[in-house]
Design a protein around this ligand. Structure first.
Ligand code: CP
Length: 331
């Protein structure tokens, strides 16, 4: 397909990559902070085509994943790229190979971009600086998950601001998004907290002190803490439920019955306090804990739309990564 065939296509040309004070590849996506609103608009608008035939993309996963790994793989393959998966459980990582050496090995094997999920915050930045390849952060520890925030945004816009093409700092003015649960360990929450206020949304963080330190209220403009879930729901047009990350609790004790009483999203609570809000969840869902099956499968749930939007968003960022490298790489 020729992307310059029609005026409509011409509008889809990527916006210029702004000069960066950091020495990262212009195609990398490490943090939601890296994206100008023009870039976000472009990623959301980008049409699909097989423009990456025979380009090589490596998926490097140190943590388990269903949605992110599968959708990145389908996205890269859908664009015509060849993909290879390296997982920590079936590679020389098990034998002690470092992230640096694994990255350099993938580059030597011909990888032109690396999609990385890692249990350490900041790993994507390290891999980027060692390999000098575009790196797409598919979740780094408790830090960021920028493509999740982008697919969440696409989902919210479709319901709350349908027809939006160009994003501005007012696009989500008047919208309150409540993020509920294990904020402390959530890279999804952090990337959404970076992106949503830049579009004018108000972000309410809701959860018990063990999973939501009071300090979070100072995370940035447009972000506040509301401990009372019902009060938060009353104000919300979108509510994003989070899983309790048992693997990151590190001995922390949490009374699950008390948690459910205060923070579980169930049908009567949703009907009483937010009967028109959309319900999001990045997955995996623990049914019966943070959300009931009735809500997860109910009419206000957009959880599977989020999953579907993941493929489109990841196509756009994989294309961005490889197009930037094609155009000369690092500035
Ligand atoms: N949302 C998300 O990152 O899900 P996975 O862990 O299944 O990739």
């Amino acid at each position: 397909m020729n992307p310059t065939a029609t005026p409509a296509r011409r509008q889809l040309h990527p916006p210029p990559v702004p000069a960066s004070p950091f020495p990262y590849h212009p195609g990398s996506l490490l943090s939601a902070q890296d994206l100008t609103l023009d870039c976000v608009s472009h990623i959301l608008a980008r049409a699909r085509c097989r423009i990456l035939a025979k380009r090589r993309v490596a998926l490097l996963f140190y943590e388990s994943s269903t949605r992110t790994r599968t959708s990145f793989e389908l996205a890269a393959k859908g664009l015509g790229a060849d993909t290879t998966l390296v997982s920590s459980l079936s590679s020389s990582i098990e034998k002690g190979e470092t992230l640096k050496d694994t990255g350099l090995t993938l580059r030597a094997l011909g990888a032109e971009a690396i999609i990385l999920r890692h249990n350490s915050s900041g790993a994507a930045w390290l891999l980027e600086s060692e390999t000098r390849l575009p790196v797409l952060n598919a979740g780094d520890g408790m830090h960021e998950h920028p493509t999740q925030a982008l697919l969440d945004l696409r989902t919210m816009l479709a319901h709350l601001r349908p027809g939006t093409e160009t994003l501005t700092p007012e696009t989500l003015a008047g919208v309150t998004v409540t993020i509920v649960g294990d904020i402390l360990h959530s890279r999804v929450a952090r990337s959404n907290m970076v992106l949503l206020p830049r579009l004018g949304a108000r972000v309410l963080l809701c959860g018990p002190k063990e999973l939501l330190p009071e300090l979070a209220a100072q995370a940035g403009p447009g972000i506040a803490v509301e401990r009372d879930f019902n009060a938060a729901l009353h104000q919300s047009q979108a509510v994003m439920m989070l899983r309790i990350q048992a693997e990151r609790l590190a001995g922390q004790q949490l009374d699950l019955e008390e948690y459910k009483a205060n923070y579980q999203l169930h049908g009567p609570r949703l009907a009483a306090h937010a009967p028109t809000a959309i319900v999001l969840h990045p997955g995996p869902i623990i049914r019966g804990l943070e959300v009931t099956a009735g809500v997860a499968d109910g009419p206000q749930s957009v959880i599977l739309e989020q999953v579907r939007n993941g493929v489109a968003i990841r196509m756009a960022v994989v294309e961005r990564a490889l197009t930037a490298s094609q155009q000369g790489g690092r500035a």
